[in-house]
Write a protein that binds this ligand. Structure first.
Ligand code: BMA
Length: 313
Protein backbone atom coordinates (compact mmCIF):
# COMPACT_ATOMS: atom_id res chain seq x y z
CA UNK A 1 0.00 0.00 0.00
CA UNK A 2 1.41 3.42 -0.93
CA UNK A 3 1.17 5.84 1.90
CA UNK A 4 2.72 9.02 3.19
CA UNK A 5 2.56 7.69 6.73
CA UNK A 6 5.90 6.48 8.12
CA UNK A 7 6.62 2.75 8.09
CA UNK A 8 7.64 1.91 11.64
CA UNK A 9 7.46 -1.87 11.36
CA UNK A 10 8.82 -3.67 8.29
CA UNK A 11 7.44 -7.05 7.32
CA UNK A 12 9.99 -9.80 6.82
CA UNK A 13 10.24 -10.91 3.16
CA UNK A 14 9.97 -14.57 4.25
CA UNK A 15 6.54 -13.99 5.84
CA UNK A 16 4.65 -15.94 6.92
CA UNK A 17 7.61 -17.49 8.71
CA UNK A 18 5.65 -20.40 10.22
CA UNK A 19 2.48 -22.17 9.14
CA UNK A 20 0.64 -25.35 10.17
CA UNK A 21 2.40 -27.14 7.29
CA UNK A 22 5.65 -26.91 9.31
CA UNK A 23 4.15 -28.88 12.21
CA UNK A 24 5.01 -32.52 12.94
CA UNK A 25 1.48 -33.48 13.95
CA UNK A 26 -1.99 -32.51 12.70
CA UNK A 27 -2.56 -28.78 13.23
CA UNK A 28 -5.19 -26.63 11.58
CA UNK A 29 -3.60 -23.20 12.16
CA UNK A 30 -0.64 -21.75 14.11
CA UNK A 31 -0.78 -18.12 15.20
CA UNK A 32 -0.52 -15.51 18.00
CA UNK A 33 2.86 -16.64 19.37
CA UNK A 34 4.56 -15.44 22.55
CA UNK A 35 8.29 -14.84 22.10
CA UNK A 36 11.45 -14.65 24.16
CA UNK A 37 15.19 -14.78 23.70
CA UNK A 38 16.70 -17.65 25.71
CA UNK A 39 20.01 -17.19 27.53
CA UNK A 40 21.94 -18.90 24.71
CA UNK A 41 20.52 -16.48 22.15
CA UNK A 42 17.92 -18.87 20.75
CA UNK A 43 14.59 -17.30 19.83
CA UNK A 44 11.74 -19.26 21.35
CA UNK A 45 8.18 -18.85 20.15
CA UNK A 46 5.34 -20.38 22.11
CA UNK A 47 2.80 -20.74 19.35
CA UNK A 48 -0.94 -21.12 19.62
CA UNK A 49 -1.91 -24.22 17.67
CA UNK A 50 -5.57 -24.77 16.84
CA UNK A 51 -6.81 -28.24 15.99
CA UNK A 52 -9.84 -29.23 13.96
CA UNK A 53 -12.04 -29.29 17.04
CA UNK A 54 -11.39 -25.56 17.35
CA UNK A 55 -9.43 -26.08 20.58
CA UNK A 56 -5.95 -24.61 21.02
CA UNK A 57 -2.80 -25.69 22.84
CA UNK A 58 0.72 -24.23 22.90
CA UNK A 59 3.77 -25.54 21.07
CA UNK A 60 7.35 -24.24 21.24
CA UNK A 61 9.44 -23.46 18.15
CA UNK A 62 13.12 -22.57 18.53
CA UNK A 63 15.41 -20.86 16.02
CA UNK A 64 19.02 -19.65 16.10
CA UNK A 65 18.15 -16.47 14.13
CA UNK A 66 14.46 -15.92 14.86
CA UNK A 67 13.60 -16.12 11.17
CA UNK A 68 14.05 -19.69 9.92
CA UNK A 69 15.62 -23.08 10.88
CA UNK A 70 12.80 -23.56 13.38
CA UNK A 71 12.97 -26.64 15.60
CA UNK A 72 9.35 -27.31 16.41
CA UNK A 73 8.53 -29.54 19.37
CA UNK A 74 7.46 -32.93 17.97
CA UNK A 75 4.45 -33.04 20.30
CA UNK A 76 2.38 -30.28 21.96
CA UNK A 77 4.38 -28.40 24.61
CA UNK A 78 1.61 -27.19 26.90
CA UNK A 79 -1.77 -28.85 26.57
CA UNK A 80 -5.00 -27.93 28.35
CA UNK A 81 -5.52 -29.81 31.62
CA UNK A 82 -9.29 -29.60 32.11
CA UNK A 83 -9.22 -32.16 34.94
CA UNK A 84 -6.82 -30.23 37.16
CA UNK A 85 -7.77 -26.83 35.73
CA UNK A 86 -11.42 -26.82 34.56
CA UNK A 87 -10.99 -23.33 33.12
CA UNK A 88 -8.90 -24.92 30.34
CA UNK A 89 -11.80 -27.06 29.06
CA UNK A 90 -11.94 -25.52 25.59
CA UNK A 91 -8.24 -24.84 25.15
CA UNK A 92 -5.45 -22.41 25.97
CA UNK A 93 -4.64 -19.47 23.70
CA UNK A 94 -2.61 -16.32 23.04
CA UNK A 95 0.31 -16.64 25.51
CA UNK A 96 2.59 -13.79 26.59
CA UNK A 97 6.02 -14.56 28.09
CA UNK A 98 7.84 -12.42 30.66
CA UNK A 99 11.22 -13.41 32.06
CA UNK A 100 11.21 -12.67 35.80
CA UNK A 101 14.80 -12.21 37.07
CA UNK A 102 13.79 -12.37 40.77
CA UNK A 103 12.47 -15.91 40.23
CA UNK A 104 14.81 -16.88 37.39
CA UNK A 105 11.70 -18.20 35.66
CA UNK A 106 9.57 -17.31 32.69
CA UNK A 107 5.98 -16.37 33.43
CA UNK A 108 3.55 -17.54 30.77
CA UNK A 109 0.22 -15.75 30.93
CA UNK A 110 -2.42 -17.18 28.62
CA UNK A 111 -6.10 -17.25 27.86
CA UNK A 112 -7.90 -20.26 29.36
CA UNK A 113 -11.11 -20.91 27.45
CA UNK A 114 -13.59 -22.13 30.05
CA UNK A 115 -17.21 -23.14 29.74
CA UNK A 116 -18.01 -19.65 31.01
CA UNK A 117 -15.80 -17.80 28.55
CA UNK A 118 -12.12 -16.85 28.33
CA UNK A 119 -10.19 -16.03 31.50
CA UNK A 120 -6.53 -15.37 32.30
CA UNK A 121 -4.24 -18.13 33.57
CA UNK A 122 -0.61 -18.11 34.72
CA UNK A 123 2.13 -20.74 34.65
CA UNK A 124 5.88 -20.64 35.27
CA UNK A 125 8.66 -22.47 33.49
CA UNK A 126 12.44 -22.52 33.39
CA UNK A 127 12.90 -24.52 30.20
CA UNK A 128 9.60 -24.44 28.27
CA UNK A 129 9.30 -28.20 28.84
CA UNK A 130 8.10 -28.40 32.46
CA UNK A 131 5.46 -25.98 33.69
CA UNK A 132 4.12 -25.14 37.15
CA UNK A 133 0.56 -23.87 36.81
CA UNK A 134 -0.71 -21.19 39.17
CA UNK A 135 -4.12 -21.59 37.50
CA UNK A 136 -6.78 -19.03 36.71
CA UNK A 137 -6.00 -15.56 38.01
CA UNK A 138 -8.73 -13.50 36.29
CA UNK A 139 -12.23 -14.89 35.82
CA UNK A 140 -14.11 -14.60 32.49
CA UNK A 141 -14.41 -12.56 30.51
CA UNK A 142 -10.81 -11.45 30.50
CA UNK A 143 -7.78 -11.92 28.21
CA UNK A 144 -4.80 -10.12 26.61
CA UNK A 145 -2.74 -10.24 29.79
CA UNK A 146 0.97 -10.02 30.58
CA UNK A 147 3.06 -9.77 33.74
CA UNK A 148 5.57 -6.97 34.27
CA UNK A 149 9.06 -8.42 34.88
CA UNK A 150 9.60 -7.01 38.35
CA UNK A 151 7.79 -5.73 41.40
CA UNK A 152 7.06 -2.04 41.65
CA UNK A 153 6.76 -0.74 45.21
CA UNK A 154 6.83 -4.35 46.39
CA UNK A 155 3.96 -5.57 44.24
CA UNK A 156 3.70 -7.60 41.05
CA UNK A 157 1.62 -6.06 38.29
CA UNK A 158 -0.42 -7.70 35.59
CA UNK A 159 -2.03 -5.95 32.64
CA UNK A 160 -5.29 -7.52 31.48
CA UNK A 161 -8.43 -6.82 29.52
CA UNK A 162 -11.76 -7.56 31.16
CA UNK A 163 -14.92 -6.97 29.15
CA UNK A 164 -17.50 -4.68 30.75
CA UNK A 165 -20.74 -4.49 28.83
CA UNK A 166 -20.05 -3.73 25.18
CA UNK A 167 -16.71 -2.07 25.94
CA UNK A 168 -13.30 -3.47 26.80
CA UNK A 169 -10.42 -1.49 28.29
CA UNK A 170 -6.93 -2.28 29.56
CA UNK A 171 -6.65 -2.71 33.32
CA UNK A 172 -3.84 -3.23 35.84
CA UNK A 173 -4.07 -5.47 38.89
CA UNK A 174 -1.61 -5.98 41.74
CA UNK A 175 -0.43 -8.94 43.79
CA UNK A 176 2.13 -9.77 46.44
CA UNK A 177 2.09 -13.55 45.84
CA UNK A 178 1.38 -13.82 42.08
CA UNK A 179 -1.81 -15.76 42.86
CA UNK A 180 -4.23 -13.32 44.45
CA UNK A 181 -4.79 -10.18 42.42
CA UNK A 182 -6.66 -7.01 43.23
CA UNK A 183 -6.56 -3.25 43.63
CA UNK A 184 -7.56 -3.22 39.94
CA UNK A 185 -7.35 0.06 38.07
CA UNK A 186 -8.03 1.22 34.53
CA UNK A 187 -4.77 1.61 32.61
CA UNK A 188 -6.13 2.84 29.29
CA UNK A 189 -9.65 3.15 27.88
CA UNK A 190 -10.91 2.33 24.42
CA UNK A 191 -11.86 5.46 22.53
CA UNK A 192 -15.32 6.18 21.14
CA UNK A 193 -17.07 6.53 17.80
CA UNK A 194 -15.04 6.63 14.59
CA UNK A 195 -11.62 6.04 16.20
CA UNK A 196 -9.58 3.02 15.05
CA UNK A 197 -9.38 1.93 18.68
CA UNK A 198 -12.98 2.59 19.68
CA UNK A 199 -14.92 0.21 21.92
CA UNK A 200 -12.35 -2.56 22.40
CA UNK A 201 -8.59 -2.46 23.02
CA UNK A 202 -6.12 -4.89 24.54
CA UNK A 203 -2.43 -5.32 25.29
CA UNK A 204 -0.51 -6.93 22.43
CA UNK A 205 2.97 -8.15 23.54
CA UNK A 206 4.26 -7.49 27.07
CA UNK A 207 5.36 -3.85 27.56
CA UNK A 208 8.86 -2.91 26.42
CA UNK A 209 10.93 -1.32 29.19
CA UNK A 210 12.76 1.79 27.92
CA UNK A 211 14.47 4.63 29.80
CA UNK A 212 11.48 6.81 28.87
CA UNK A 213 8.85 4.44 30.21
CA UNK A 214 6.95 1.25 29.45
CA UNK A 215 6.35 1.28 25.73
CA UNK A 216 3.05 -0.46 25.12
CA UNK A 217 1.90 -1.84 21.79
CA UNK A 218 -1.83 -2.39 21.96
CA UNK A 219 -4.48 -3.55 19.54
CA UNK A 220 -7.64 -1.72 18.70
CA UNK A 221 -10.63 -3.43 17.16
CA UNK A 222 -12.67 -1.50 14.65
CA UNK A 223 -16.03 -3.02 13.79
CA UNK A 224 -16.97 -2.36 10.18
CA UNK A 225 -19.74 -3.61 7.90
CA UNK A 226 -17.22 -6.20 6.65
CA UNK A 227 -16.22 -7.44 10.13
CA UNK A 228 -13.56 -6.57 12.68
CA UNK A 229 -10.24 -4.89 11.81
CA UNK A 230 -7.34 -5.45 14.24
CA UNK A 231 -4.66 -2.74 14.22
CA UNK A 232 -1.81 -1.68 16.48
CA UNK A 233 -1.11 1.54 18.32
CA UNK A 234 1.45 2.84 20.81
CA UNK A 235 1.36 4.36 24.25
CA UNK A 236 3.96 5.12 26.93
CA UNK A 237 3.48 4.64 30.69
CA UNK A 238 5.57 5.80 33.66
CA UNK A 239 8.23 3.27 34.71
CA UNK A 240 7.58 3.71 38.44
CA UNK A 241 3.78 3.90 38.04
CA UNK A 242 2.41 2.06 35.00
CA UNK A 243 -1.07 3.42 35.72
CA UNK A 244 0.15 6.80 34.53
CA UNK A 245 -0.06 7.27 30.77
CA UNK A 246 2.62 9.67 29.54
CA UNK A 247 1.55 9.66 25.91
CA UNK A 248 -0.88 7.84 23.63
CA UNK A 249 -0.55 7.96 19.85
CA UNK A 250 -3.53 9.04 17.78
CA UNK A 251 -2.77 7.04 14.65
CA UNK A 252 -2.47 3.31 14.37
CA UNK A 253 1.00 2.21 13.25
CA UNK A 254 0.51 -1.30 11.85
CA UNK A 255 -2.49 -3.04 10.38
CA UNK A 256 -3.45 -5.98 8.17
CA UNK A 257 -2.19 -4.90 4.76
CA UNK A 258 -0.34 -7.97 3.44
CA UNK A 259 -2.32 -10.75 1.73
CA UNK A 260 -1.52 -13.29 4.48
CA UNK A 261 -2.94 -10.85 7.07
CA UNK A 262 -6.09 -10.20 5.07
CA UNK A 263 -6.98 -13.75 4.07
CA UNK A 264 -7.26 -16.66 6.47
CA UNK A 265 -9.62 -18.08 9.07
CA UNK A 266 -10.20 -14.57 10.44
CA UNK A 267 -9.15 -12.04 7.82
CA UNK A 268 -7.82 -8.57 8.55
CA UNK A 269 -6.07 -9.53 11.77
CA UNK A 270 -2.44 -8.77 12.73
CA UNK A 271 -2.11 -9.89 16.35
CA UNK A 272 1.33 -9.74 18.06
CA UNK A 273 1.83 -11.49 21.38
CA UNK A 274 5.62 -11.32 21.62
CA UNK A 275 8.88 -9.73 20.62
CA UNK A 276 12.61 -10.10 21.01
CA UNK A 277 15.14 -7.26 21.07
CA UNK A 278 18.30 -7.42 18.95
CA UNK A 279 21.84 -7.28 20.35
CA UNK A 280 21.96 -3.54 19.52
CA UNK A 281 19.31 -3.05 22.25
CA UNK A 282 17.09 -1.24 19.74
CA UNK A 283 15.86 -3.58 17.02
CA UNK A 284 12.43 -4.91 17.81
CA UNK A 285 11.45 -8.24 16.27
CA UNK A 286 7.70 -8.43 16.57
CA UNK A 287 6.02 -11.83 16.13
CA UNK A 288 2.36 -11.83 15.26
CA UNK A 289 -0.50 -14.00 14.20
CA UNK A 290 -1.69 -13.24 10.67
CA UNK A 291 -5.40 -13.73 9.97
CA UNK A 292 -5.59 -16.30 12.81
CA UNK A 293 -3.80 -18.68 10.42
CA UNK A 294 -0.03 -18.24 10.36
CA UNK A 295 2.91 -16.56 12.11
CA UNK A 296 4.67 -13.50 10.71
CA UNK A 297 7.52 -11.21 11.72
CA UNK A 298 8.00 -7.45 11.45
CA UNK A 299 11.01 -5.42 12.60
CA UNK A 300 11.40 -1.86 13.77
CA UNK A 301 13.49 0.44 15.94
CA UNK A 302 12.39 1.09 19.51
CA UNK A 303 13.97 4.54 19.31
CA UNK A 304 11.95 5.33 16.19
CA UNK A 305 8.76 4.18 17.87
CA UNK A 306 9.51 6.48 20.81
CA UNK A 307 10.37 9.37 18.46
CA UNK A 308 7.12 8.87 16.57
CA UNK A 309 5.15 8.84 19.80
CA UNK A 310 6.82 12.04 20.96
CA UNK A 311 5.71 13.76 17.73
CA UNK A 312 2.09 12.63 17.99
CA UNK A 313 -0.35 15.38 18.95
C1 BMA B 1 -9.22 -11.82 19.63
C2 BMA B 1 -8.42 -12.97 20.21
C3 BMA B 1 -7.36 -13.46 19.28
C4 BMA B 1 -7.75 -13.48 17.83
C5 BMA B 1 -8.52 -12.24 17.44
C6 BMA B 1 -9.03 -12.28 16.02
O1 BMA B 1 -10.36 -11.59 20.39
O2 BMA B 1 -9.29 -14.00 20.53
O3 BMA B 1 -7.01 -14.76 19.65
O4 BMA B 1 -6.59 -13.55 17.06
O5 BMA B 1 -9.61 -12.09 18.32
O6 BMA B 1 -9.86 -13.37 15.78
Amino acid sequence: MTTHYPTLLNRHPQNPILTAADWHYPAHTVFNPAATLLKDGTTLLLCRVEDRRGHSHLCAARSPNGIDQWQIDPTPTLVPDPVGFPEELWGIEDPRITYVPELDKYAVVYTAFSRHGPGVALAFTQNFRDYERVGIIMQPEDKDAALLPRRIDGRWIIIHRPVSGARAHMWLSYSTDLKHWGDSRIMMEARWGAWWDATKIGLSPPPIETPEGWLVLYHGVRHTAAGALYRLGLALFALDDPQRCIKRGSDWIFGPEAPYEQVGDVGYVAFPCGYTIGSDGDTLHLYYGAADSSIALAAGSIQMLLDWLRQQP
